[in-house]
Design a protein around this ligand. Structure first.
Ligand SMILES: [Fe+2]
Length: 375
């Protein structure tokens, strides 16, 4: 299914200063891949995908209805598009826009403006790249009094499904009711699809009436079927909220705020030997390999928090001694069945997170590289 309607060949090139810049990124990635290269020719990259989330600003601007951190978003989309070959997918794991409003017209305007930004970007102009977007709590919830976790925003799911329809890649998810007792139809918010020898599972982590949960009954069935499929070699799950809040992130109503559901979920992920659960929500980059809560000896799947897309970074990240950075994560699947992760990042003006981000001043470099293959 072709997700993006391409208008013409009027592909917008990156600014000149970006034209040389991604070469450095590609070179570093090539070095990393070369370091992991086996001696046979089957170790080449078969396909890849990029992941990022949480790019929304915290104060809307009259000049920019998208509420995106444009300098970071546009640079990231240009760099991803400049990869050779470009990734097959970009997964945007939620909090694209500020949202968090009961005014659904405002939410719609923000999302429509965001889509315009994406379509005008080099990534949006490249028909070889498919964007798959997931809602975050900023697209699904509204604040409520003393409830610091927010509550479901009635009608927000319908706005998302309408505006973001071109960037939804499946419809086999759970419907209302069922064993997961869902209040609304989640079939196009939580779903799965296969690409080559990978099974992708896209999860809405804030379904109406069940914030910070995932439908574990549907997930069990879906993962079970994927594991029965002999053509599937890898499983990657993607969502907005982490299953485990990193130690250098501020707890913020993630899946671990409902530990009984989270424990079942992570047991399922580990039980299916999924490679990774890639998320955002926490505004930092973090990679960990959490053990199954009910079976501490079972350590398989990686949790990758790629929540450093451009929103104000988590204060605890800097307090940990790290230098916060914005960027994106790329997973490359090799012909011989390995999954190689590369985290790219660029420093930024810590006093003004929405400031312009010139490549000369803030070069993007490899910040994390790992073989995350799960046997
Ligand atoms: Fe979030």
């Amino acid at each position: 299914m072709k997700l993006l309607s391409k208008t013409d060949g009027n592909r917008r090139g990156a600014p000149w200063r970006l034209s040389w810049f991604p070469l450095g990124v590609v070179a570093l990635a090539a070095l990393w891949l070369a370091a992991c290269r086996h001696d046979n020719e089957n170790s080449g990259v078969a396909y890849s995908f990029a992941v990022l989330g949480c790019n929304r600003v915290d104060v809307p601007s009259l000049d920019d209805p998208s509420t995106a951190n444009l300098p970071q978003l546009q640079r990231t989309l240009a760099e991803i598009a400049a990869m050779q070959p470009p990734p097959d997918f970009i997964f945007f794991t939620g909090d694209l826009v500020l949202g968090m409003t009961a005014d659904l017209a405002t939410l719609r305007r923000q999302l429509e403006a965001w889509v315009q930004v994406y379509r005008a970007s080099p990534a949006g102009q490249n028909p070889a790249i498919r964007l798959v977007a997931l809602p975050g709590n900023h697209e699904s919830q509204v604040p409520e009094g003393s409830n610091q976790c927010g509550v479901s925003n009635p009608g927000a799911e319908a706005v998302w499904l309408d505006v973001m329809a071109p960037f939804i890649a499946g419809d086999n998810g759970p419907r209302a009711g069922g064993p997961d007792q869902l209040q609304t139809d989640q079939s196009r918010l939580t779903y799965s699809f296969n690409f080559r020898d990978t099974h992708f599972v896209v999860l809405n982590t804030d379904p109406v009436g069940a914030a910070a949960t995932v439908p574990v009954h549907w997930i069990a069935d879906d993962l079970g079927a994927a594991r029965q499929d002999r053509s599937i070699r890898h499983i990657f799950a993607l969502g907005h909220k982490p299953a485990f809040t990193p130690s250098d992130a501020t707890p913020d109503c993630s899946l671990d705020s409902n530990p009984s559901v989270r424990n079942v979920f992570w047991d399922e992920i580990n039980g299916a030997s999924a490679t990774s659960y890639l998320v955002s929500h926490a505004h930092l980059y973090n990679r960990s390999q959490p053990a199954s809560p009910t079976a501490p000896g079972v350590i398989k799947a990686w949790q990758v928090v790629a929540g450093n897309g451009g929103s104000p970074v988590d204060k605890k990240w800097a307090e940990s001694g790290a230098t916060p950075y914005y960027g994106y994560t790329v997973v490359s699947v090799t012909n011989d069945g390995r999954a190689l992760l590369t985290g790219y990042g660029r420093n930024f003006d810590l006093a003004n997170y929405i400031a312009p981000s010139p490549a000369q001043q803030y070069p993007t470099t490899v910040r994390d590289a790992a073989d995350i293959t799960v046997p």
